[in-house]
Each structure stands twice: as C-alpha cells, then as structure tokens.
Design a protein around this ligand. Structure first.
Ligand SMILES: Nc1ncnc2c1ncn2[C@@H]1O[C@H](COP(=O)(O)OP(=O)(O)O)[C@@H](O)[C@H]1O
Ligand SMILES: [Mg+2]
Length: 226
C-alpha cells in the first residue's frame, strides 16, 4: 500500500504551515522520532513511514530531487511525497530509516567523496543537483558529511539522507549583519519561519538573539515595503 494513502492523497495541502502539519500528524497518532538543526521527524503509527518537517529549508526541493533522480541506485531513501509548506517550510514523506554505526557511516561518506565505483551513479546525481542548488540558492551550504545522515532501510540498504542544506552559519550571520540583504534575496513567503529552526545539533539561539534576528528582519521588510 502506498504510505501516502494513510494521510489521504495529496497530503499535506500547501496552505498548511509546518506547525499545523506537525499538529495534524500528532493528532493522527504519529510520534516524534528525530530532531536535527533544520527539521524534526515524525514516525507513522505503523512504524514504516517518516515525515520530515522543517519550518525553513530552501534546500528541501533539491534534496527531494536527489531522492527522485537517484532512486534507481537504491542508495537514497524512498520518497513518497514532497511538499513546500506555507511560509517556506518543507515536508518530505519517506521510508523509515535506522541509525548505523559511525564507522559504517564514515566509510560511506569516504566512498562518496572518492566517487567509488559502487556509488558513482549516486555521486553524479548529487553533484549535478548540488551544483544547480549552488547556482540558484542565495545561500547554499556544502555537502553535509555528518555521519547521522547515513542510515539503513528496513530492507537492509545503506542510504544517504539530508545531503545538504542552506549555509546556516553564513546565512544567519548575514541576518545579524545585513538583514536588508536577506530580505532582498529571499522572498518573505519563503523565510517567514526562518528563526524557528530546531537547531538540535548546534544548539538553539538564546531567546534574545532569536528575537533580535526576528525584529531585524521585520524592520528590513518594512524598509523594503514588503
Ligand atoms: N527517514 C527517516 N527515518 C528515521 N529518522 C529520520 C528520517 N529522516 C530524518 N530522521 C531523523 O530526523 C533527524 C533530522 O532529520 P534530517 O533530515 O537529518 O534533518 P536536519 O537537516 O535537521 O539534520 C535525523 O537526524 C534523524 O534522526
Ligand atoms: Mg541531518
């Protein structure tokens, strides 16, 4: 059975934001199973399917493109649905993955970095899509070699997930130093919740820092007439 059908075809509607989607899934019996810097993960009641929900993830469509275009390699998670959310959030519905030992993850990253024969097709897709993201996104980060992103599927495949994101350090430094530039380069509808990242790996912002970034962006929006 297509896991999407458990949520109804076409779920979620694009007029929902990341909080509404999370609330709806929790109400339907999904449970929190992961948290990173950009996204949280919720597990379906039957334990087979994971929803990755981000409040702000400009790279989400590109990562989803890698999942689709490299699906024949079986070295990326199977993607059942991808949807942009209101305000610039990102929703990915995918097969459930399990963590692997750090050594195994590091070996997979090494193979990718060396474009080893067993990952050559995967690497070609990743490089092509990442190159496109770098030319199209105002702040695009490097390939992410975090070992947490190498995981195993229920049928035993080793896969790479969450391959890259926006360049968080540079982007958020610019929010502080030059919010007008951020406002000029990223439409408001794509960054409404950019100060709501979970930041579970690097540690979340102090409330005062978050508030001053939010206020700086709001003032820059007002100056730009937005
Ligand atoms: N398909 C999945 N199956 C199980 N857990 C997942 C899945 N996708 C993400 N997670 C969990 O959610 C966390 C955050 O997701 P990830 O896509 O890595 O986002 P981030 O950009 O925040 O690192 C991961 O570290 C992992 O624990
Ligand atoms: Mg990650």
């Amino acid at each position: 059975m297509d896991p999407r059908l458990r949520l109804g075809p076409g779920y979620p509607r694009p007029d929902l934001d990341h909080r509404q989607v999370e609330q709806e899934l929790l109400a339907a019996g999904w449970t929190r199973c992961g948290i990173g810097d950009w996204a949280i993960a919720l597990l379906s009641p039957d334990g087979t399917t994971v929803a990755r929900i981000s409040p702000f993830d400009p790279a989400g469509p590109y990562v989803a493109a890698v999942y689709r275009e490299a699906s024949h390699t079986r070295q990326v998670p199977q993607l059942f649905a991808h949807q942009r959310l209101t305000g610039g959030g990102d929703f990915q519905l995918m097969e459930r993955l399990e963590p692997v030992h750090e050594d195994e993850a590091a070996a997979f990253h090494d193979a990718i970095a060396a474009r080893a024969p067993e990952v050559a097709d995967l690497v070609d897709v990743v490089r092509r899509v990442h190159g496109k993201a770098q030319s199209e996104l105002p702040w695009c980060g490097p390939l992410d070699d975090n070992p947490d992103n190498v995981m195993r599927t229920a049928d035993g495949r080793l896969v790479i997930a969450d391959l890259f994101s926006a360049d968080g350090p540079k982007l958020y430094a610019t929010v502080v130093s030059d919010p007008d530039l951020v406002v000029a380069r990223i439409p408001e509808a794509e960054r409404r919740f950019m100060t709501e990242l979970p930041l579970a790996n690097t540690g979340s912002w102090e409330p005062a820092v978050r508030e001053s970034m939010r206020a700086g962006l709001a003032a820059a929006d007002a100056r730009s007439g937005g």
